[in-house]
Design a protein around this ligand. Structure first.
Ligand SMILES: Cc1cc2nc3c(=O)[nH]c(=O)nc-3n(C[C@H](O)[C@H](O)[C@H](O)COP(=O)(O)OP(=O)(O)OC[C@H]3O[C@@H](n4cnc5c(N)ncnc54)[C@H](O)[C@@H]3O)c2cc1C
Length: 466
């Protein structure tokens, strides 16, 4: 019986070896392994996995094709709902989405849906040159996209497929948003995966303008009023780091996770061939417990530091993906749970020499439903370290809000948009982290796709009026 087949283990780099390199940790399934894992799927009538996928990929549909050896068919099924399968297969929190709902998981292990999606995505990339890309006839309408992260890329692809002339404006010199500047190479290879998914968007005819900061180089108002764009989609993410506001955060050796990871990833600081300075110290303390904290701590480890996570709640509340925490532990990361920093200590030259913390205990649940951490009085202690990296979350940069007339934002600085991405400003749509605050790749991609449909409806309705 199908459910008796154990889950196919995925090959990974040895933890001792990978803790010293930036190559991908997970090596993925080969064709035989993928087919075997696909054969475990029960093909449930009511596909709970699909219901729990934020973009409702037809999971049984692609897995059944894969089980039959039809990779091209599997790729086609996924492409209906997801434009970034190789990325999502690697970084989605499957344990709380599709795999968390898999019926097989009730009594044994769920189907490895993420690893199967990754396999199909990688297969598509490898066979991209064999496929004809159908570019529709231009419909004469122009849409501008601000930001080239998953939200912007997804919106751009869908609009290009509808015949729009699409231009993506990106502040950085590389395309991909957090996929290139945040998530490290060892989780998401840049040239082999991200650049190839971006290539697929370019093949649809989408134009990219890098090093253009909307709100500085030109504004959203300029795009609409002077440059002839019929609509604008804002997918500018949430790249503004938060700090704790404790003593010592201005010392040399204190970084936001964003800055640290951007230097390491986007500027190739880990690669000796590049001159980008990055300093991980001999012992780095990373404050936080999300995916960003895990990426920062594992990067610091690979750069040679002893790396420590300091998190104010317990392991059960860690927001990071289970797989990332597991990998971090295997790589020798030290976890100091129920611990909160109160100040950062300086040496005579103004460099970090330690971080003073207090022990915490869990009290009553707060509004998020999680038990809130309470300080244990008199429990202060110091961890010696020379680098502190703050990974406490991010919010949207206020630049677009401050330079776009009639664009409402909420008290967290996020753009206010309805379910389809329509904002308070006619013709301006938004989605992804810029609207939700820091969230996930799949949600950003889903928001970009919904907004593309809404933009199409908006422009089509306007054309009829004209
Ligand atoms: C280190 C890290 C690890 C993460 N790990 C995971 C994970 O494992 N799984 C997961 O699902 N999610 C993860 N996330 C979250 C996920 O990456 C984001 O939710 C997602 O990338 C949001 O997509 P987006 O398109 O809204 O924004 P972004 O990816 O942030 O892209 C926004 C783009 O807009 C550009 N931009 C900003 N302002 C302007 C402007 N004024 N003009 C022009 N361009 C502008 C930015 O440079 C950027 O390229 C992680 C995030 C980080 C930082």
């Amino acid at each position: 019986m199908a459910e008796r087949i154990p889950r196919t283990p995925v090959r990974e780099q040895d933890p001792e070896v990978r803790a010293r390199n930036f190559e991908e940790v997970c090596l993925g399934y080969d064709a035989g392994e993928a087919r075997r894992e696909a054969s475990r799927c029960l093909n449930c009538k009511i596909a709970r996995c699909q219901q729990h996928c934020p973009v409702h990929v037809d999971i049984p549909g692609f897995i059944s094709r894969l089980a039959a050896g039809d990779e091209a068919g599997a790729a086609e099924v996924i492409a209906r709902d997801s434009s970034l399968p190789s990325v999502c297969g690697r970084v989605c929190p499957q344990e709380s989405q599709c795999e968390g709902a898999c019926v097989l998981g009730i009594k044994s292990e769920p189907v490895g849906i993420g690893k199967l999606e990754r396999y199909v995505g990688d297969w598509s990339i490898a066979h991209a040159d064999e496929r004809q890309v159908e570019i529709p006839a231009p419909n004469g309408r122009k849409v501008a996209i601000v930001g080239s992260g998953p939200a912007g890329l997804a919106c751009a692809s869908d609009l290009a497929r509808l015949g729009y002339e699409v231009t993506v404006f990106e502040a950085l010199h590389k395309i991909g948003g957090v996929l290139v500047y945040g998530i490290p190479e060892f989780r998401l290879p840049k040239d082999r995966i991200v650049a190839r998914e971006v290539e697929a968007v370019k093949r649809l005819g989408v134009k990219f303008m890098t090093d253009v900061v909307i709100g500085r180089t030109m504004t959203v108002d300029d795009l609409l009023d002077r440059m002839g764009f019929d609509a604008v989609f804002v997918g500018s993410g949430a790249g503004l780091p938060r700090f704790m506001g404790i003593e010592g955060e201005n010392l040399n050796g204190v970084f936001s996770a964003n800055e640290f990871l951007t230097r390491a990833n986007l500027m190739h600081a880990y690669d000796e061939a590049y001159d980008t300075p990055v300093y991980a110290g001999s012992r780095a303390v990373i404050v936080g417990g999300g995916n960003v904290a895990m990426d920062a701590v594992r990067t610091a480890r690979r750069l040679g530091a002893e790396a420590v996570i300091v998190y104010r709640r317990s392991e059960a509340e860690l927001p990071a993906r289970v797989e990332e925490v597991h990998h971090a532990r295997e790589e020798g990361i030290v976890f100091r749970m129920l611990t909160n920093p109160v100040r950062i200590l300086a040496d005579e030259q103004g460099w970090v020499k330690g971080i003073e913390c207090v022990e915490m205990e869990l009290g009553e649940p707060d509004e998020s439903g999680r038990r809130s951490p309470v300080v244990k009085e008199g429990s202060n202690f110091t961890i010696d370290c020379d680098v502190v990296i703050m990974a406490l979350g991010t919010s949207p940069n206020p630049l677009i809000r401050d330079t776009t007339s009639g664009l409402d934002t909420n008290r967290r600085g996020c753009i206010v948009a309805d379910d389809n991405g329509a904002t308070s400003r006619p013709g301006v749509f938004a989605g992804g982290d810029a609207v939700t605050g820091a969230a996930t790749v799949i949600l950003a991609m889903g928001a970009g796709r919904k907004a593309a449909r809404a933009i199409h409806d908006y422009i089509s309705a306007g054309s009829q009026d004209n």
